[in-house]
Design a protein around this ligand. Sequence first.
Ligand SMILES: [Zn+2]
Ligand SMILES: [Zn+2]
Length: 113
Amino acid sequence: MQQDTSEDDDSDPSAWKREVLERCQFVRKTFSCSPMLVAREPTESGAIFWFPYTGQNYNPSRYRFVPGGWNHEHCLLCGGHIVEGDTYWSNTGRDNVDLCEACHGRYLAERPA
Ligand SMILES: [Zn+2]
Ligand SMILES: [Zn+2]
C-alpha cells in the first residue's frame, strides 16, 4: 500500500514572498477595523479564506459576514500584528499583502535600485 508522502516542494519558504513583493505597489495606510467575510467551506487544501469586506458583492451561501471581524492585519515578512491605529503598507495590486513599517523600511533598503 502506497502512502502519499508528497510534501510541498517549496525548498525556500521565503522565495514566494520575494516574488510577490517584486510585483507589489505599496501605499501607506492606517489600519482600522472593518467587517470581514469568512468562507463557510475550506478550500481543497483545507484553508479557510477570509478578507475584509469593502462593499463588494458576495455570495452569502459561501461567505459569512462578520461585523468588525477584521481587527488586525499580519505583516507578510515578520508575521507581526498590525492593529487599529497602526500605520502600515498595503499592496494596491491583486495580491493581498501588507507590511509593517519596520519590514517595509527593511524591504526598501534591500530592494535592488
Ligand atoms: Zn513586519
Ligand atoms: Zn493574527
